[in-house]
Design a protein around this ligand. Structure first.
Ligand code: SF4
Ligand code: SF4
Length: 423
């Protein structure tokens, strides 16, 4: 089986570079600069002058800590411009999920609708000014805007791509690689499979049934009816009822129901959700017909998702930045590097007793999280499922060749740089 190429810039820089590089060129050994050049490496043959390039990023949520630092994104924007492309940076909206509460108990929504989402992005450092290009939510203003693309997977037969992403000529996924409580990992496949989907797409990845109302909990207040963007809710006999033919799976109604009456949702098994994410990524990348590239920042490798407010201590030291045209190989390389690393004392890797280099950290920690959740002890996330589902659909390969890169000054091999360190 042929291998895919994964380019890699390590986070570590030997101390001896200080004496070997003129101070005016020190910046070229910054990981920010190296990320810019690495993105150029996988993008340069994809962009024709004047083409629109979407840079898909997760902007984080309110009060979260471990999303990508904005400066990395800004420099990738600059590289896209250097290559003649017209970039925009985006995330997508999300409803029906986790909600934070402030000191007064009021819900704090991060990405439910455009104005809330733009505020979240700005608070976390992503604005038109900081990025030097438009910063948008690709399915805004309500998350209802998508392009449907048919696709033949085992579980899904279409994807719902956020409209602005679907209108771009080239897709660049710029993802933060870390652990995840459902998928065990968050990287390129998740940033595309879930992150590039509109609200409807997200719904169908995580659920296999239409939303219903539990009449024993519904008070008939009518708030969901007022909020539903398509008039798909009626009150029958004092209880809300969803007209499923009209419902567009936006999950807005869940957000507004004080009685939490939307509890009868049916989730596929975790295994099926993992496979659906891999399939969704394959479907969305199929839409771009080869005009897609992927960069993972394997830094601040926290055990849970970027949307978790409590991130804890990173589980392994920073690894660096990786890039590829193959998102399966890219995510697999990140998994292997994380698992090969020593764990950080005091982190969840320590708690899960997987500090040893080579120990399976990501699955073990994700499973430990569910074991600690009452009623969910049977949930066993496994990153292999998502990767295998994507590989089975021809998206990429888990077999890869890691190519260490150094874009720093003076132009020399990374081996030479490290030799001087080892001497
Ligand atoms: S918002 Fe909740 S409680 Fe009110 S009508 Fe809708 S489902 Fe019932
Ligand atoms: S009933 Fe309305 S608000 Fe609820 S998911 Fe369907 S379309 Fe959205």
């Amino acid at each position: 089986m042929e291998e895919s190429e994964v380019y890699y810039v390590g986070a570590h820089v030997p101390i001896t570079y200080i004496s070997r590089v003129p101070s005016t060129k020190w910046y070229t050994h910054s990981l920010v600069y190296q990320t810019k050049e690495l993105a150029g490496k996988v993008l340069e043959d994809l962009i024709s002058p004047g083409q629109i390039v979407v840079i898909k990023v997760h902007f984080g949520e309110r009060y979260t800590q471990a999303y990508i630092r904005p400066i990395y994104v800004r420099k990738v924007v600059d590289k896209v411009k250097e290559l003649g492309g017209r970039p925009f940076v985006c995330d997508t909206l999300f409803s029906g999920g986790r909600v934070l509460r402030d000191d007064g108990g009021e819900p704090v929504w991060s990405r439910r609708a455009l104005e809330e989402a733009l505020l979240t992005a700005a608070m976390n450092g992503f604005t038109n000014e900081t990025m030097g290009c438009p910063v948008i939510f690709a399915d805004a203003p309500k998350g209802l805007s998508y392009k449907e693309h048919p696709f033949k997977g085992k579980y899904i037969d279409r994807v719902y791509i956020a409209s602005a992403i679907a209108e771009a000529d080239v897709l660049l996924s710029l993802a933060h690689f870390k652990g995840h409580d459902v998928m065990a990992i968050g990287g390129a496949l998740k940033n595309v499979g879930v992150g590039c989907s509109s609200k409807r797409g997200k719904w169908w990845i995580h659920h296999n049934a239409k939303l219903t109302v539990n009449p024993s909990k519904c008070t008939g207040c009518g708030e969901c009816l007022r909020q539903c963007p398509v008039g798909a809710i009626e009150i029958v006999g004092g209880k809300a009822n969803i007209v499923s033919e009209l419902c567009v799976d936006c999950a807005f109604c869940i957000d507004y129901c004080q009685a939490r009456a939307f509890t009868s949702r049916t989730f596929p098994s975790i295994e099926e959700q993992e496979a659906r994410v891999g399939e969704s990524a394959a479907g969305i990348i199929d839409y771009f017909k080869g005009k897609a590239a992927f960069v993972n920042l394997a830094m601040d490798i926290v055990p849970l998702c970027d949307c978790d407010a409590f991130q804890g201590i990173p589980i392994v030291p920073d690894i660096g930045v990786l890039a590829s045209k193959d998102p399966v190989a890219l995510d697999r390389a990140c998994v292997d590097l994380v698992n090969a690393s020593p764990g950080i004392p005091g982190s969840m890797a320590d708690e899960a007793k997987v500090l040893e280099p080579g120990a399976e950290k990501l699955n073990t920690i994700a499973r430990m999280r569910w074991k600690a959740t009452p009623g969910a002890t049977h949930v066993a996330p496994d990153w292999k499922v998502m990767l295998q589902a994507a590989e089975d659909l021809g998206l990429g390969k888990q077999k890869y060749r890691l190519l260490r890169m150094n874009f720093g000054y003076p132009p020399k091999s990374i081996e030479e740089l490290f030799e001087s360190y080892e001497a």
